[in-house]
Design a protein. Structure first.
Length: 166
């Protein structure tokens, strides 16, 4: 029997995002990750999508969840936190996925310290959102819904970058 087409979007959050709302609110705002999850659930219902919403401070856990999403997800929304700027292992895991990948940053990383300007994850991402606050998660969910419509371009089908070594 064929697998039914997945309508589940996996929303993965990396280190320190469990402290959202308490941590540096002048940068990340006052909403908690539970608030973000509730907003995403409401929107997902509207868009007739399901979500898996998770957070971990451990790199291996995020990698295992990306492997799970590779099998089960219609799309991945990932805020990898500081692993964005350090983790080739998370990049490799994402490169093994066929579904759309939306990289989300609450803050505008390009207005911040120089070490935040480079993202390994962007090399695998279909699209990147930064600086939309926590609303960026909902924008990303809407975009995945758009990509799942039959006539939307399959942006993950694009040719690989020629200068990539993979
Ligand atoms: C972040 C930006 C990262 O540079 C930082 O390490 C985070 C959060 C954001 O959502 O703006 O933990 O991903």
């Amino acid at each position: 029997m064929e697998h039914p087409v997945s309508r589940t979007v996996h929303i993965l959050n990396g280190p320190n995002l469990n402290l959202l709302g308490k941590r540096e609110p002048h940068i990340y705002g006052h909403e908690t990750l539970a608030d973000v999850e509730a907003q995403c659930r409401r929107l997902a219902d509207e868009l007739k999508l399901a979500i898996e919403f998770r957070q971990s401070n451990a790199e291996f856990q995020l990698i295992d969840w990306i492997h799970e999403a590779r099998e089960a997800a219609a799309g991945i929304i990932i805020n990898p936190g500081a692993f964005t700027h350090t983790s080739v292992a998370i990049l490799d895991a994402l490169n093994a996925c066929e579904c759309p990948i939306l990289e989300v940053h609450i803050s505008n990383v390009h207005r911040r310290e120089a070490f935040r300007h480079h993202s390994y994850v962007s090399l695998a991402a279909t699209a990147v959102m930064a600086g939309f606050g926590t609303h960026g998660y909902q924008l990303a969910l809407r975009h995945i819904s758009h990509l799942l419509k039959d006539n939307a371009p399959r942006t993950r089908d694009r040719p690989k970058r020629e200068d990539s070594h993979g």
